[in-house]
Design a protein around this ligand. Structure first.
Ligand SMILES: *Cc1c(COP(=O)(O)O)cnc(C)c1O
Length: 375
């Protein structure tokens, strides 16, 4: 009997580290370290070391991380912030939450990341910042992007919610812009057991600002210097993340192995992910392009294999942004990709046998879908 292959499988991961996790949870509870305290400090220090940066500020989730980073660089009403058309809505929501207006730029058809060549056209005298999204686990072309940001005096906040440990020409997320923002949503490469996020930076003053903003505008108990928000990483999540961080490098390597099994098996049947020279892809998502996507998805589902689509509608074409008046023609690449992209299951606990089954069934599904069209 063959078992189903889920899109993500967090239960198998927990089983592999349950004794460490259970002990960590117990320690948080028995020491009542629920908000702040040593577990948060420990994770912040370990995660900043992992990123190769000086500061890490734990926050409530990845959306808050982006919003707080934008407030720390001074984005607000009257400003515009440029970001990628193909992302999760959290990226542009954070811009709106800050008071600024999102301005979308089309993606590069190969990597699905922001097309750096189209950024300059979107810059106006109101532009305050750029948020590149390191989509699917591959960093955007940060060398090109930083050149533009420097020339125009713009802040850069990296959305690294899908890119824990990703590198571009040897440099990690967060070492280019003012901040990198991470999500530890359970299904991310480093996932908590609930909501959690973090902001990392090398800049002392920005770190202090972000830390204060995330904690009611204070550093000391009742010394509120300005109004902020309540967005803190809690002790339980920090302790869980600290345990998981020790396994992250191994898990990332395994994701990369699964990706190479897929690359090898699928390259003649679909457009496989394109990795920029010098980029280290951490494969939060393994996204291929196929025609007849719905037929292929259904066929895989019939064989017990779950897939996803990231994302079915480019952000500027969502109902939520109808008021901005964008048209499909404004985003030819994102629009062309949206009906073809297909995300395959990928996680460290997948076996070679499971990856092989996905390859086999996908080949069958692609051939059948093309046959049914008389191709
Ligand atoms: C997950 C994600 C976020 C938001 O993170 P949350 O922790 O869910 O708030 C932001 N940007 C991208 C690209 C994401 O994938």
């Amino acid at each position: 009997m063959t078992t189903n292959i889920d899109f993500v499988d967090l239960k198998t991961q927990y089983e592999s580290i349950s004794s460490e996790i259970d002990a960590a949870i117990r320690e948080v509870i028995t020491t009542a370290s629920f908000i702040g305290g040593r577990f948060v400090k420990s994770f912040e220090s370990n995660f900043s070391r992992y990123c190769g940066l000086k500061h890490c500020i734990g926050v409530g989730n990845g959306t808050d991380a982006l919003f707080i980073a934008l407030k720390a660089v001074g984005a607000g009403p009257g400003d515009e912030v440029i970001t990628a058309a193909n992302s999760f809505i959290a990226t542009s929501e954070a811009i709106t939450l800050s008071g600024a207006r999102p301005v979308f730029v089309d993606c590069d058809e190969k990597t699905c990341n922001i097309d750096v060549g189209r950024i300059e056209r979107a810059i106006t005298d109101k532009t305050r910042a750029i948020i590149p999204v390191h989509l699917y686990g591959q960093m955007a072309d940060m060398h090109g992007l930083m050149g533009i940001a420097k020339r125009h005096g713009l802040h850069v906040v990296e959305d690294a919610a899908q890119a824990h440990g990703a590198k571009y020409k040897g440099q990690a997320a967060g070492t280019f812009g003012a901040f990198a923002c991470f999500s530890f949503f359970p299904g991310k490469n480093l996932g908590a057991y609930g909501d959690a996020g973090a902001i990392v930076t090398n800049d002392d003053a920005l770190a202090t600002k972000a830390r204060m903003y995330a904690n009611h505008g204070r550093l000391d108990k009742y010394d509120h210097v300005f109004e902020g928000v309540n967005s803190r990483l809690d002790g339980l999540q920090a302790a869980i993340l600290d345990v998981k961080l020790k396994h992250l490098e191994r898990w990332t390597k395994r994701r990369q192995e699964i990706a190479s099994i897929y690359d090898e098996g699928l390259k003649d049947f679909a457009i496989i992910p394109s990795v920029l020279p010098g980029a280290e892809h951490v494969y939060h998502l393994y996204v291929i392009r196929v025609r007849n996507r719905q037929d292929v998805r259904n066929a895989l589902k019939g064989k017990g294999i779950s897939t996803g689509v990231h994302y079915p509608t480019p952000l500027p074409l969502l109902k939520a942004y109808a008021h901005l008046g964008y048209k499909p023609d404004d985003f030819p690449s994102a629009y062309a990709l949206k009906d073809e992209i297909l995300s395959l299951p990928i996680y460290a606990d997948m076996t070679d046998e499971q990856a092989g089954r996905v390859v086999r069934e996908l080949k069958n599904a692609v051939c059948r879908a093309e046959g049914s069209l008389g191709a």
